[in-house]
Every structure is written in structure tokens, then in C-alpha cells.
Ligand binder design. Structure first.
Ligand SMILES: NC(=O)c1ccc[n+]([C@@H]2O[C@H](COP(=O)([O-])OP(=O)(O)OC[C@H]3O[C@@H](n4cnc5c(N)ncnc54)[C@H](O)[C@@H]3O)[C@@H](O)[C@H]2O)c1
Length: 310
């Protein structure tokens, strides 16, 4: 199969590119390197630097492609509150540009990396795909819009589409920017460094942390599975973990007893979030294989930024 991954030099994209290349597929990556790093791509993956809104470039890259993974996006919830116009431009505008090019060139299937943030606060957990989205930040709104354009343009143009709502992915190589860093690499760095973390909110808010290999497994399955056209599918671990429990688990993994400072000026965002995975099991035969304790151990073993010296 010939595959194009937009945003393929990013965290999830680079892992996906390696896995698909290893399975014998021909993999092209388009990434503007606003956050990604092409040195994370293995030899044999064909890299092009460019913007996903550049339709002529997309026409060239889409020649002969069967399946498109659309991962290119701005990805920070708090940054999206500050820069909603940019988030709309890239995440919505980029999706529409890509879909238009897919229509014009002709592809078999487009797989969208959507996000669990579209659920927002829901009265019931675990969350299922039929629940009404309650996006609480522009990033989440942009993902709802991207899903709607995906299904609409795919249906009008006659190509297959599927959106995976990915929960909190973590694993080696996840970017650790100085501001708005994702919670797991940030906590690991803080606990291994000064031994303390700052939690926004009361620490009781829960998330579903899913190891990168499981996310990649679901994405790979989504390219080939029958009966997924115009479906939304959750991809998580199914484990609900509070931030307090996460800190304790990281502490146990690295052999530290972290101290926690709580910043209660903000609520800490969505209060509870855990994936219902029945649909992923049914349509993708997906089962998360990595529990949090094992995933954290792998992260610390495999990511050179966290490798412990004896
Ligand atoms: N990591 C998670 O927990 C998570 C959860 C839910 C959804 N997602 C989605 O999965 C996708 C990948 O996320 P990630 O964690 O790998 O983030 P990431 O920032 O590492 O990867 C995104 C990539 O997109 C590229 N990019 C951004 N704007 C672009 C543009 N205009 N043109 C071309 N490339 C562009 C960046 O350079 C980066 O390499 C995103 O769509 C994100 O919204 C991620």
C-alpha cells in the first residue's frame, strides 16, 4: 500500500511511519516542521517539507497514494485558547485543503487523527462515540469541524473516511516544548529533575493515557479494516487515571517520592475522561496492549532524554 502521512515528522506520525514502513508499505511524509523533527524518521521513509494547505504540493505527493493519514495539526489545547485563528487556519483549513486535493487526485481512504478533547465534560464515563461533542477549547472545536468536513467531502467525492478520536498518547519522542508541554513527559522530566511537580487543579481530574504502540496499532488497522467508512472510533487504553495517581505511578517507576504543588487557580480542564472501546474492538479488533505502568517503564527505558544512568 502507498501511504501519505501529513504531520508525519511529529510524535505519532514518526512512530506510524516506522511501523508502516516495517510492514512493507511505501510511506511518504509531508510536514512543515513547525513542531516535527525529520531526524526521527527512519531511512526508507520519503520526507517532503511543506504545508498541508499547499494544494499544488499535495497534488504531487498524492500521486499513486492509496491511503492518507491526516495528522498535521497544531496540537496544544491551551495554545488554541490564545491563538484560535491559527488553530482554525491549520487544523480546519489544512483538513479542507487536503480533502479537496484527495478528491481531485483520487485516493481510497483518508484516516483522520481526531481527538478525545471533542468530548469535553460528559455526564457519563466511559465516553462513547454517539455522545454529543462538548468542545471546551478552539483545538477541540477544530477537531469537530475536521471530522465533519472529512465525512462530508469524502461522501461527496466518493472516497472512504474514518476518524480516530485519540486519547492522551504518550511514549518515546513526544515533544517537550518549554510551554504547554504534554503532561506525561513534563511530569517525568520534573520528577527525575527536581523531584516535584505542579498540578493545575486538585489532581483528581482523570485522563486515559494510551501508549504510542497502541495508537499506531489502531491507526494501522484503520487503513485496512472493512466497514469503517464515515465512522468515529475511540482509541485509548480504557484505563482511567487521575493526575495524582499518574504522579505516584511515575514516582514508583523512577524510584522517587515526588512532592506535588497544586495550582488551584484553574480547574485543570475536563474533570473525567476515559475511552469506551467497544467500537474499536468491534470494527478494528483493537485492544490496548500496554498498561500505564508498563508504558511508563518503556518510555523511561527507550527515550534518551529520560534514560537513567546506573
Ligand atoms: N498526542 C496526543 O495525545 C494526541 C491526542 C489526540 C489527537 N492527536 C492528534 O494526532 C495528530 C498528531 O499529534 P502529535 O501528538 O504527533 O503532535 P505533533 O505536534 O508531534 O505532530 C504534529 C505534526 O504536524 C506538523 N504540522 C503542524 N502544522 C502543519 C502544517 N500546516 N503543515 C504540515 N505539517 C504541519 C508538525 O510539524 C508536527 O510534526 C494531531 O492531529 C493531533 O491533534 C494527538
Amino acid at each position: 500500500m502507498r501511504v501519505l502521512i501529513t504531520g508525519g515528522a511529529g510524535f505519532i506520525g514518526a512512530h506510524l511511519a516506522s511501523a508502516l514502513h516495517g510492514q512493507g508499505h511505501h510511506v511518504r511524509v509531508l510536514d512543515d516542521l513547525s513542531a516535527g523533527d525529520p531526524t526521527g524518521l527512519i531511512a526508507g521513509v520519503n520526507f517532503t517539507r511543506g504545508d498541508v494547505r499547499d494544494i499544488p504540493k499535495l497534488w504531487t505527493l498524492l500521486q499513486g497514494v492509496d491511503v492518507v493519514y491526516h495528522l498535521a495539526a497544531r496540537v496544544s489545547v491551551p495554545a488554541s485558547v490564545l491563538y484560535p485563528h491559527e488553530y482554525n487556519d491549520v487544523n480546519v483549513g489544512g483538513t479542507v485543503a487536503l480533502l479537496e486535493a484527495c478528491r481531485d487526485v483520487g485516493v481510497r481512504r483518508v484516516v483522520l487523527a481526531s481527538s478525545a478533547t471533542v468530548y469535553g465534560d460528559q455526564p457519563e464515563q466511559p465516553v462513547g462515540e454517539t455522545m454529543l461533542p462538548r468542545p471546551a477549547a478552539p483545538y477541540a472545536v477544530s477537531k469537530v469541524a475536521a471530522e465533519l468536513y472529512l465525512f462530508n467531502i469524502g461522501q461527496l467525492a466518493g472516497f472512504e473516511t474514518v476518524a480516530l478520536r485519540i486519547f492522551n498518547a504518550y511514549g518515546p519522542g513526544q515533544p517537550l516544548p518549554p510551554v504547554h508541554a504534554p503532561v506525561i513527559p513534563q511530569f517525568v522530566k520534573q520528577i527525575m529533575g527536581r523531584g516535584s511537580v505542579v498540578i493545575f487543579g486538585n489532581g483528581g481530574q482523570t485522563r486515559d493515557f494510551v501508549y504510542i504502540d497502541d495508537v499506531v496499532d489502531a491507526l494501522a488497522r484503520a487503513a485496512e479494516a472493512p466497514d469503517v467508512d464515515r465512522q468515529i472510533i475511540n482509541v485509548g487504553s480504557g484505563e482511567e487515571t487521575s493526575l495524582d495517581a499518574l504522579v505516584a505511578q511515575i514516582g514508583a517507576t523512577v524510584g522517587e517520592k515526588p512532592s506535588v504543588l497544586y495550582n488551584r487557580e484553574t480547574s485543570g480542564g475536563i474533570q473525567r475522561l476515559v475511552a469506551g472501546l467497544a467500537k474499536a474492538e468491534r470494527l478494528l479488533h483493537y485492544r490496548a496492549a500496554t498498561q500505564l505502568a508498563d508504558g511508563l517503564r518503556k518510555l523511561i527505558e527507550l527515550d534518551p532524554r529520560f534514560r537513567q544512568s546506573d
